[in-house]
Design a protein around this ligand. Structure first.
Ligand code: C5P
Length: 402
C-alpha cells in the first residue's frame, strides 16, 4: 500500500456527509497513514471530535489555540507536516473560503499554508452544487492545482436526487493510493485479459464459469497506478470504476477475446493473461431459443476454443513479456512450469485451489510465481490488490533481468 507512513491532514467541514469520515479515517489508518484531523466549528455538530481523535489516535484540531492551555496550533507546521491534505466533506462555504483566501478558521488557514497536494471531496445539495458561485469556486480550486474528487449522483439528505453525495470512502482512498503509487511504468503499454468468457448456446443460454475478473482488474489498476497505459480485454464481469489510464474492451466469447488481443498485442510491452477462458464453445449458436422437448434431451456439440496465451506466445517479439496464470488442483508446480514452457510465457502465476481463500470469486489470493529464467517466489495469502502489486513488482524485476 502506497499510503504507508504518509502524513494526511483530513479536513472535515460541517455537512451531513461528515458521518462518513469515521470510515474514511479508519481506511486511511488501515492503509498505514498517519491522520491529523482538522474540523471547522460547524463540523463538530455533525461528528464528534472524540470519535475522530479515538480513530486516529491524535487530538483533533479545530481552533487556532487550545483554550485551557493556551497552546498555539501552528497551521504552518501542519502544512509542512502533511504529505497530502484531504478536505472531505468540503461544503460550499469552505470551498468558497478556500477559493478566495478567507482564512477565518484553522482548516482554511492550514489549507493556505499547505505545500502538499490537496484533494477536495465536495458534498452539498444539488442546487448548491450547480450554483454559478460553487461552479466558479471549484474551477478556481482546480486552477490552483487541487484535485477535486467529484461527488456522486444519488439521493441527498434533502431527499432530492442529484449530484452532491460525497464520494464513498473506499473510492476516496483509491484516489489517494493512486496519487502516492510510484510511477515506475510510465511510457509502458500493458494488455490484461480478465474475467470469464461466455460461449453462446442460444439467445438465452451460454457456457461460462465463476471467474469474477477481480484479479485481472486489480492487475490493470496496479499497472495504471504505476503509470502504464493499460487495455483490459474483459469478459462479462460486474466491476465498476477503474484507475485513469485503464481502457476496457468488452467481449463475450474466447474467439472475440482472441481477435481483440491479436490487434492490441503487437503494440504492448507486457501482456497478462488472467482471463478464465472457456475451453470449449458450442459448434452451433442457435438464433432462436432451443425449445424444451417432452422426451428428447438436446445434444450440444462442442469445439475447442483457441488458446489465446499460446497464440500470443507464438507471436511474441523480443522485448515483450507474456505472463500467464495457472489454476491447479494437483501436481501444481510441475503443471505450472509445463504451461510456462508450452505457451512460451515469461512468467506464470500459480494459484492452487487447495489453498483456502485463493482462486475464483474471493477477494484474496495466494500465489507462487515462476519465471522462464528459473526463479520461483512464493507469497502469503493477501488481498488481490496486494497480490497485483507483487505480480507487477515481479514483472518489473524480470524486465530488468532480460
Ligand atoms: O491451459 P490453462 O487454461 O490452464 O492455462 C491458463 C493460462 O492460459 C491463463 O493465463 C489463461 O488466461 C490462458 N488461456 C488462454 N486461452 C485459453 C485458455 C487459457 O489465454 N483458451
Amino acid at each position: 500500500m502506497s499510503l504507508k507512513g504518509k502524513h494526511i491532514i483530513l479536513g472535515i467541514c460541517g455537512g451531513i456527509a461528515a458521518y462518513k469520515c469515521a470510515s474514511l479515517a479508519r481506511l486511511l489508518i488501515k492503509a498505514g497513514a498517519e491522520v491529523q484531523v482538522i474540523m471547522t466549528p460547524a463540523a463538530k455538530e455533525f461528528i464528534t471530535p472524540l470519535t475522530m481523535s479515538t480513530l486516529t489516535g491524535k487530538p483533533v484540531i479545530s481552533e487556532f489555540f487550545t483554550a485551557n492551555t493556551g497552546q498555539w496550533n501552528s497551521h504552518v507546521d501542519l502544512g509542512l507536516w502533511a504529505d497530502a491534505m484531504l478536505i472531505a466533506p468540503a461544503t460550499a462555504s469552505t470551498i468558497g473560503k478556500m477559493a478566495n483566501g478567507v482564512a477565518d478558521n484553522m482548516l482554511v488557514t492550514t489549507y493556505l499554508s499547505a505545500k502538499s497536494q490537496v484533494f477536495i471531496a465536495p458534498s452539498m445539495d444539488l442546487d448548491m452544487m450547480r450554483h454559478p458561485s460553487t461552479v466558479r469556486n471549484i474551477e478556481l480550486l482546480k486552477s490552483y492545482g487541487n484535485i477535486i474528487i467529484e461527488p456522486a449522483e444519488g439521493e441527498l439528505a434533502s431527499h432530492l436526487i442529484g449530484k452532491g453525495r460525497m464520494e464513498e470512502p473506499e473510492n476516496i482512498l483509491k484516489v489517494l493510493d493512486y496519487y502516492f503509487t510510484p510511477k515506475d511504468l510510465q511510457g509502458q503499454h500493458f494488455l490484461v485479459t480478465a474475467g470469464p468468457t461466455f460461449e453462446k448456446i442460444d439467445p438465452v443460454r451460454f457456457i461460462g464459469n465463476y471467474s469474477s475478473g477481480k484479479m485481472g482488474y486489480a492487475l490493470a489498476n496496479e499497472a495504471a497506478a504505476r503509470g502504464a497505459e493499460v487495455t483490459i480485454v474483459s469478459g462479462p464481469v460486474d466491476i465498476k470504476g477503474v484507475n485513469p489510464g485503464v481502457k476496457i474492451v468488452k467481449i463475450e466469447s474466447a474467439r472475440q477475446m482472441l481477435e481483440q488481443c491479436e490487434k492490441i498485442f503487437p503494440a504492448v510491452d507486457c501482456a497478462i493473461m488472467c482471463a478464465a477462458v472457456a475451453d470449449y464453445a458450442p459448434v452451433v449458436q442457435h438464433e432462436t431459443k432451443i425449445k424444451r422437448e417432452k422426451d428428447e434431451i438436446p445434444v450440444i456439440h462442442l469445439m475447442k476454443n483457441p488458446d489465446i496465451a499460446a497464440t500470443l506466445g507464438k507471436a511474441k517479439r523480443a522485448g515483450q513479456l507474456l505472463v500467464g496464470f495457472a489454476l491447479e488442483t494437483d501436481n501444481e508446480d510441475v503443471n505450472a512450469v509445463d504451461k510456462l514452457h508450452r505457451k512460451n510465457l515469461d512468467m506464470i502465476v500459480l494459484n492452487s485451489l487447495k489453498d483456502a481463500g485463493a482462486g475464483f470469486g474471493t477477494d484474496t489470493n495466494k500465489v507462487t510465481i515462476f519465471t522462464s529464467t528459473g526463479r520461483q517466489s512464493q507469497f502469503a495469502l493477501k488481498s488481490k490488490t496486494e497480490v497485483a502489486a507483487d505480480i507487477v513488482d515481479a514483472i518489473v524485476s524480470l524486465a530488468h533481468e532480460s
